[in-house]
Design a protein around this ligand. Structure first.
Ligand code: ADP
Length: 354
């Protein structure tokens, strides 16, 4: 494992390098924070041991830069410091350090702390690999499922057109069941594919006018809105920094659900945004059937449906999982406030500087 050592004291640096080599690591040592940052960017380091006090860029700034950078895999950071009080420890950990070692450090303590770091980075790498494999599998599987599905839908359509009225009523009903089933499966495979694509797709951030996005979505949902007589009330919506395609999917899913999960009354959906110190908080509020509070977290998991097979509400259970993924990719959070029969308020935040 490559380990970057940032330490300006020659003697401490030499000790670190010699111990790390003895334990089978590949250390690269530099003498200040700025040099450490340049070296970090040009190499593949899974672990960084950094002094706190250094010329040009101190340890805290270095940790923050590492955490702010899109790294390939997790980077385990140990801060080396003469400071021992709790306040400094909190400050270092909040900046993103994983562990501390006080100077003058003990050889065995360094060995076990490094071993803990190695375990974490190896676990993270294995997990990332499994995730990647799973996302490739989902993407290939859902893509390949489309082909036989197209054949089923095509021939059942042909059967319906050619033989409608010539078969008995029961046969017509069976054909309808197959058509509905194929349509449900098509929607499921499409959702699955967009979820899998979300995993592998990089976000493209730019200025996004959320008002325009919502207006586009309302136009796309026009038929559904008209059919149930929904009223959409849209407050002031800002221009934010984000990925327009992904954010558009969030609004579509939330507004679409507001219409879909309606009760007896015609849907009234309010879309709004409030500016806060660090972020924007968006809300999509409906007057629909609501969600039991104990399910408020679970509904954001893939395939989690409260109104599953046999209910009049059709879906795949992937929409909210996509919303969660998009919002978290933007550095925000999504949650719902709701009660059965009392409508729902979906909230999500998008940082001002995503
Ligand atoms: P889908 O709508 O395809 O089932 P989602 O991921 O969008 O999938 O939603 C997951 C589940 O959360 C839904 O099946 C439904 O039970 C519940 N749900 C989502 N939005 C609402 C809403 N606005 N009101 C009531 N229930 C909702």
């Amino acid at each position: 494992m490559n380990v970057l050592i940032a330490e300006d004291e020659r003697a401490t640096q030499a000790r670190l390098v010699s111990y790390l080599r003895e334990w089978g690591y590949a250390p690269v040592a530099v003498r200040d924070g700025a040099e450490a940052w340049d070296t970090f960017l040009s190499g593949d380091f899974k672990c960084v041991i950094s002094d706190w006090m250094m010329p040009r860029m101190d340890g805290l700034e270095l940790v923050k830069a590492i955490r702010g950078h899109e790294n390939h895999g997790y980077v385990y950071v140990i801060l080396l410091t003469g400071r021992t009080d709790k306040q400094n420890l909190v400050e270092g950990m909040e900046a993103g350090a994983d562990d501390f070692l006080t100077k003058p450090f003990d050889k065995d303590e360094l060995r076990v702390r490094l071993r803990a770091g190695r375990r974490i980075t190896e676990l993270e790498a294995r997990l990332a690999e499994r995730n990647r494999e799973l996302s490739v599998f989902t993407s290939v599987a859902s893509h390949d499922l489309r082909e036989p599905l197209r054949t089923i839908s095509g021939f059942i359509g042909l059967l319906e057109r050619k033989y409608k009225g010539q078969l008995d009523e029961e046969a017509d009903e069976y054909i309808q069941f197959i058509t509905d089933g194929a349509e449900r499966m098509r929607a499921l495979v499409t959702d699955l594919l967009s979820y899998a694509r979300m995993e592998s797709r990089q976000s493209e951030f730019e200025a996004v006018n959320t008002r325009e996005i919502v207006e586009d979505k309302l136009a796309a949902l026009g038929a559904a809105i008209e059919e149930c007589g929904a009223r959409i009330i849209c407050g002031e919506l800002p221009t934010i920094e984000g990925d327009p395609t992904q954010l558009s999917q969030v609004f579509q899913n939330l507004i679409g659900n507001g219409i879909k999960y309606r009760g007896d009354a015609s849907p009234v959906i309010k879309v709004g945004a409030v500016q806060r110190a660090e972020d924007w908080r968006f809300t999509v509020e409906d007057n629909g059937i609501g969600i039991p509070p104990e399910q408020a977290t679970a509904i954001f998991e893939p395939f989690r449906r409260l109104h599953g097979a046999g209910s009049k509400y059709q879906g795949s259970g992937i929409g909210l999982a996509i919303c969660k993924k998009v919002v978290e990719r933007h550095g925000g959070r999504i949650w719902v406030e709701s009660a059965p029969g009392g409508g729902s308020i979906f909230n999500f935040t998008i940082p001002k500087h995503a």
